[in-house]
Design a protein around this ligand. Structure first.
Ligand SMILES: [Zn+2]
Length: 295
């Protein structure tokens, strides 16, 4: 798939396999100074873009599907949110973002991630934070720290073009994904709500849909409601005391896929843990003898 022009100076590079994981949709800015956002879309196209000379790479977060083709843009200066710099520069910090401290670490998974990105550990030229601005000729973007998916997840807003790169607030029918230790449900809900204050004419999602034209408030509400619905199902199940494993076995997140695909046990477990943490935080649930129960 080739580039798709969105504005005078901004192109979408659609992700392979429809932008499904393990790929994402990238943005390419060519405005007297070239930049790529999230180089995980299409290696061939990113190579072509790299041959034209790319000075800057911005990463929405450290996940391999958004970083995987950074190796093709080696000459560029790469930036990520300050809280995730270490996670993209080294495996130990990455694992701290992914795993809960009491989890058994999976070396096979780690090797796979390492292979995907051509060796984990990419030196960043610098970091950004909420409100940081980058300018490329006439194009200016603002960083929006929108944590929840991961702790340092960011979206990018181009005020003049009214274009939003929403990264993994990806508005898919599956809904929000919060399967890392550094994910956070309350933060995710707040981040989704914060995007409703913008008035984008073009939204580019990190996965699947790619380009959405016009108002996205209804999409944001539907996306957020998926968290609420999952949470309500978890709480209903806790009418009687249940162990973490009993809640996980219900497959509230992945539904029927959960029973068919063993590899989903890990993200299902982590996402349920976030629901239980959130419920404990809100006082909806209490914990007794390792069991969870509505309070
Ligand atoms: Zn991600």
């Amino acid at each position: 798939m080739m580039r798709v022009q969105l504005t005078d100076h901004i192109w979408l590079i659609p992700g392979r396999r429809g932008g499904h994981y393990p790929h994402c949709n990238s943005l390419f800015i060519d405005a007297g100074g070239r930049a790529v956002i999230d180089p995980g879309s299409d290696r061939k196209e990113l190579r072509a873009v790299a041959a034209e000379g790319v000075a800057t790479v911005l990463l929405s977060h450290f996940h391999s599907d958004h970083v995987r083709d950074l190796r093709e843009l080696r000459g560029a200066a790469a930036y990520i949110h300050a809280s995730e710099r270490e996670a993209v520069e080294g495996t130990e910090a990455m694992k701290r973002c992914v795993y809960f401290p009491d989890e058994v670490q999976d070396e096979i998974w780690m090797h796979r991630k390492d292979r995907e990105v051509g060796g984990w550990g990419w030196p960043m030229a610098g970091t950004f934070s909420h409100g940081s601005e980058f300018s490329f000729g006439p194009v200016t973007l603002q960083v929006l720290h929108t944590s929840g998916h991961t702790g340092g997840h960011c979206c990018f807003w181009f005020p003049k073009e009214k274009l939003l790169y929403a990264a993994d607030i990806d508005l898919t029918p599956f809904g929000p994904w919060y399967g890392n230790a550094s994910s956070n449900l309350g933060a995710f809900q707040g981040s989704i709500a914060s995007l409703a204050c913008l008035d984008p004419e073009i939204t580019v999602t990190g996965h699947e849909r790619g380009v959405i034209k016009g108002d996205i408030k209804a999409e944001l509400r539907a996306f957020s409601r998926i968290i609420d619905d999952r949470h309500a199902r978890v709480l209903a199940f806790l009418a009687e005391p249940r162990s973490l494993q009993e809640v996980v076995n219900q497959g509230f997140i992945y539904g029927s896929f959960f029973s068919e695909d063993n590899s989903l046990a890990v993200p299902e477990t982590r996402m349920i843990r976030h629901h239980l943490d959130y419920a404990l935080e809100l006082g909806q649930v209490r914990r007794r003898d390792g069991m969870f129960e509505r309070s």
